[in-house]
Design a binder for this molecule. Structure first.
Ligand code: KIV
Ligand code: ZN
Length: 521
């Protein structure tokens, strides 16, 4: 197949905007910059870096991302309002290539109950906002929120007005994940056939996964003429998430016979981006997740293993190397040096900076003193852990736990909080309760513990414990993930990671206009 221009599918990644809005997935500035760098290495075409007017934190993140952007186009979301568009422009103007993405809801339900606007008012808003944005920026995307549930004739009218006013990309979201693949493909086909000026714009699709159909819907839209897909790493996003970037990209790469398109994504970076995101957000990828799950290339049953030994194509439709998963060649131990450690992480899909490697290497040395065999899973936990300990406000310095079957636990915790060392002694209902109480007496919060989960990273009694904590304070939901050979230390650290995120998110919420959900505008 010749890869001509019309078969190129633009990958618009919204991990940092729609993905980041999902409960527990918030990221601070340095985490967002790391994800952006990873998206640049993936070579996605457009990165939606945030929603500039939503908060000062979002604005700063888009601005800093714009400053480090090279070839990747940076984009900000904006409602159909001048102050939103101005804010987006102010954040984006530092980037060599940027796009303003403005949107308004077009379904009867949203217009009547949420916007309280008539059809004519919505059309007027579209014309004004797109023209206004076009005066500031050459590249405008316009979205019809709840497009898949909109009246078809009205939707066509809106698209026509958006294109006439200067939009070069028109995005049709399935905002609530309601569409079925054939139905969605038909919708795109009908738009192509009925909107008079559609040849002047690229059709984009943005599918949510409420019925588990986000990827299928996006792929079927390609057959109808869509040439941009909006998606996120690991499929994170509002509710059940967005279409998963890695699934879209690998389906196109693997099934060229049915999907005669191509993307410019460097698929070898897929695994590292997935791992980095789950380390940062604390959102573990389910083991059986397509492409990036721990079992996606594992062959457990005897028949499958036998087939694989005879010919790998018997049970593998994709080459693991194509997503950056290489067969393990290096085994690390107590005497491994920094170079071998770095090579091993690269082999496992982690492409991290030197400062990070130095810090992680210290932790690796500590771990290899405590634990004889270091497995790949130990290293994944170690790197995931390290991601959170760079520039945190609260840090665990020391923890002493004294408990047993005949006495109440007594714990002493030392925390560095805002540069000061604070020590607390506490006794509660078990060691974990005591630790969390002690931390709460230093870092005041009203957060409810929604999830506390421990799992052993590997086999053996010396295995590292990986602890996940989810906290919710007044609707702000954050995850914390940490690992250690000592379960209590891992619990304390996971709790502190979550609190650090909560403090950051609280600040962002207070500085913004209280926008927290893409469907709440
Ligand atoms: O799901 C949606 O409709 C959105 C739009 C703002 C593009 O995220
Ligand atoms: Zn969305």
């Amino acid at each position: 197949m010749s890869e001509n221009k019309s078969s190129k599918v633009l990958i618009f990644d919204t991990t940092l905007r729609d993905g980041e809005q999902s409960p527990g997935c918030s990221m601070n500035l340095s985490e967002k910059l790391k994800i952006f760098e990873s998206l640049q290495s993936l070579n996605v075409d457009i990165v939606e870096a945030g929603f500039a007017i939503a908060s000062d934190g979002d604005f700063e993140a888009i601005k800093e991302i714009s400053k480090i952007a090279k070839n990747t186009k940076v984009c900000s979301l904006a409602r159909a309002a001048e102050q939103d568009i101005d804010r987006a422009y102010e954040a984006l103007k530092h980037a060599p290539n940027f796009r303003i993405h403005t949107f308004i809801a077009t379904s009867e339900l949203h217009m009547k109950y949420k916007l309280r606007l008539s059809r004519d008012e919505v059309l007027d808003n579209i014309a004004k906002s797109v023209k206004y944005a076009r005066n500031l920026c050459d590249d405008i995307e316009w979205s019809a929120e709840d497009g898949s549930r909109s009246n078809f004739d009205f939707l066509c009218k809106c698209i026509e007005v958006a294109i006439k006013s200067g939009a070069q990309t028109v995005n049709i979201p399935d905002t609530v994940g309601y569409a079925i693949p054939d139905e969605f493909k038909n919708l795109i086909k009908k738009i192509k056939n009925n909107v008079s000026n559609i040849d002047k714009a690229i059709i984009s699709v943005h599918c949510h996964n409420d019925l588990g159909l986000a990827v299928s819907n996006s792929l079927s839209a390609l057959d109808a003429g869509a040439r941009q897909v909006e998606c996120t790493i690991n499929g994170i996003g509002e509710r059940a998430g967005n279409a998963s970037m890695e699934e879209i990209v690998m389906a196109i790469k693997t099934r060229k016979d049915f999907l005669p398109y191509f993307t410019d994504v460097n698929t070898k970076e897929i695994l590292q981006s997935s791992r980095l995101l789950s380390a940062i957000t604390g959102f573990a990828v389910q083991p059986n997740k397509a492409i990036v799950g721990a079992n996606a290339f594992a062959h457990e049953s005897g028949i499958h293993q036998d087939g694989m030994l005879k010919h790998n194509k018997t049970y593998e439709i994709m080459n693991p190397e194509s997503i950056g998963l290489s067969k393990s060649k290096l085994v690390l131990g107590k005497h491994s040096g920094r170079h071998a450690f770095k090579e091993k992480l690269i082999e496992m899909g982690y492409n991290l900076g030197d400062n990070f490697i130095n810090e992680a290497f210290k932790r690796f040395k500590d771990l290899s003193d405590k634990k004889k065999d270091i497995y790949d899973k130990d290293l994944i936990a170690l790197v995931d852990n390290e991601v959170h300990f760079t520039d945190e406000l609260v840090k665990l310095i020391n923890l002493e736990v004294n408990c047993g079957s005949t006495r109440n636990p007594k714990i002493i915790v030392q925390i560095n909080y805002k540069g000061k060392l604070v020590e607390k002694e506490e006794s509660g209902n078990g060691p974990v309760d005591s630790i969390f109480k002690a931390i709460n007496s230093v870092i005041k919060n009203n957060a409810k513990l929604e999830l506390f989960q421990i799992h052993a990273v590997t086999k053996g009694t010396d295995a590292q414990a990986e602890v996940t904590v989810r906290l919710n304070e007044d609707g702000i939901s954050v995850n914390g993930l940490a690992s250690d050979t000592d379960t209590m230390v891992a619990s304390a650290n996971a709790y502190i990671v979550a609190l650090n995120k909560l403090i950051d998110k609280r600040k962002r919420k207070n500085s913004g206009i209280g926008i927290s959900s893409s469907t709440n505008y």
